[in-house]
Design a protein around this ligand. Sequence first.
Ligand SMILES: Cc1cc2nc3c(=O)[nH]c(=O)nc-3n(C[C@H](O)[C@H](O)[C@H](O)COP(=O)(O)OP(=O)(O)OC[C@H]3O[C@@H](n4cnc5c(N)ncnc54)[C@H](O)[C@@H]3O)c2cc1C
Length: 612
Amino acid sequence: YPRALQASKVFLSGRDVDEQYDYIIVGGGTAGLTVADRLTEDGKNTVLVVEYGELSNSPLISTVQGGFMGMSDSQFLYDIQSVPQKNLQNRSIAVLAGKVVGGSSAVNAMMTVRGTAADYDRWGNFFGANSHWSWDGLLPYFKRALNFAPPDAAVTESAEITYDTSFWGNTSGVYAGWPSFQYPGTTAQMDAFRGIPGVPFVKDSGSGEPGVYWYPTFMDPTLVERSYARTGHHDKAANRTNYHLVAGSKVLKVVLDGTTATGVSFVPVGSKKDTPQTVVSARKEVIVAAGGIHSPQILQLSGIGPRELLSSANITTVVDLPGVGQNFQDHPIIQATFTYRKFTYRPTSQDLFLNATFSAWADTVWAANRTGPNSLATGNAAAWLPFPVISPRSADISSALAAQNHTLYLPADTDPTVAAGYRAQMLSYASALKENSTAFYNLVLTGGATNGIVVDLHPLSRGTVNIDVSDPYNKEPLVDYRALSNPMDVDIMTDLIKFTRRYHLDNPMTKEWAATELSPGASTQTDAQFADYLAETLSPSEFHPAGTCAMMPRELGGVVDEELKVYGVQGLRVVDAATMATLVGGNTCQTVYAIAEKAADLIRFGPPTVVE
Ligand SMILES: Cc1cc2nc3c(=O)[nH]c(=O)nc-3n(C[C@H](O)[C@H](O)[C@H](O)COP(=O)(O)OP(=O)(O)OC[C@H]3O[C@@H](n4cnc5c(N)ncnc54)[C@H](O)[C@@H]3O)c2cc1C
């Protein structure tokens, strides 16, 4: 083996693992590595992480410039296409999820944001008023999860960046850093929201409030490289003798003795069908952290899931848990592209390609001390706005959603408990749509003359992630977004586009930039035209798969309880994005870190006796 790997106890083969560990973690991704680090830090527990992907030192992962390098190499991503989307003209969509030590935190776009306080309170409210899942209950874990390194004084002043360190911590190995450069148009585009009455401006992205704000980048401020679960947790744990990680290994299932999880079985990735499985046992617990797409697959393969699905795959049902793989959500991306004819702010990111002097300067300062435009990932400013600010008919949409027969929009054979959970979610959203505490709209600001990405932060449609019964252990699961299956998503998204139009075309603060609408285009005006446009162009994924092992009461179709323990099974938890009952109004990575930090405390100390 390469010496570095040997020294760091990263095993390349299942042969080298011990027979037994206190904890086995399935998936060395964002959540899995965070939990593994915390469980091994006091030296009292032994932990094995089993990860499908390899340990990679590729510069494509560490490079921050542009923010998209990590996802540019298919070796770091699963190869999954969604089932054709009926409401999207039968298009299939690429399902992106990280397949490398670090998981999706190794390939993501490094946008570091939280949802609003209301998003986290909503999770707890499904359990009742006293749940420790709430904004207040999670804030200490957000602080533990990331190490906030403020932007330098010069860029703070020139770009008018605001922040408030009281919402952040400074102990984690995972950094929330800042580039040393911002394009001047970004500040102007933020400011232009002042032309629309009611738009809130927020001092810090971590305050739990919706509004227009600056947010950091998952970046090590000293190295100016991606900071992620591998660098911040794995590398820290790797010299501990009680931490082992086996890479390139696919967990097939959780081994159960009756209804108690006793271990996992895995094979080397790419091995033949009859390759003997390695079985390792867990003294204390198995923790499934394989992400929103693969955690439900692993539970189903282990006999935990909807009985009918399992029997059609010839898998014996150990626990009939109808919610496993249901309630699937992701943030849909809407194209609403505008370009300015008279945008005077220079430079823009385009100048890196068009202006030789600027690009030479960018290269020089980067080479000298890793500063300048090449330290920028995807940008650091966006609007995250509540629906009453967006839509003049928010009250009507809210009432219509409350009055809906929600079950009609789920698959026909949906279990009544899952349907009840969906109804609870929709009623919660019906309230949120008429209040100013939940963000529904996201516009990312580029600082350039062309802007086009609008995100629906709380889609109503729910999909499924189920094992492929034709060859469940070898094929990827069937991912069905069921995009636009709740027709009210079309109404909401139509209003998100109309608001984007208003920002660009009917706003005293953007008027002089002389915007032209490239898409959908001025000819899209009627409800039917908007519906057609969405069917043609909507992407149902911002690569934030969630909800498939929801933390909800069992009678609401939940898969895990408030301690993230799988219902009906002893010694088994799920800790990752799959447990989010409802998506948060923000990119999901920071929330996954916070969930994992909280989970580590739940595992070590049990539930809090006093709500934090
Ligand atoms: C391309 C892309 C861009 C994104 N951009 C952003 C962004 O800018 N900001 C943001 O906040 N969020 C972003 N996200 C989302 C965010 O990164 C994820 O929500 C988060 O990292 C998910 O963490 P997780 O622990 O749930 O899963 P992951 O981090 O994906 O970890 C799951 C791990 O389990 C492993 N695994 C799966 N199946 C098995 C098996 N059978 N055996 C062994 N191991 C297995 C996987 O290989 C993976 O390493 C992005 C995601 C992607 C994919």
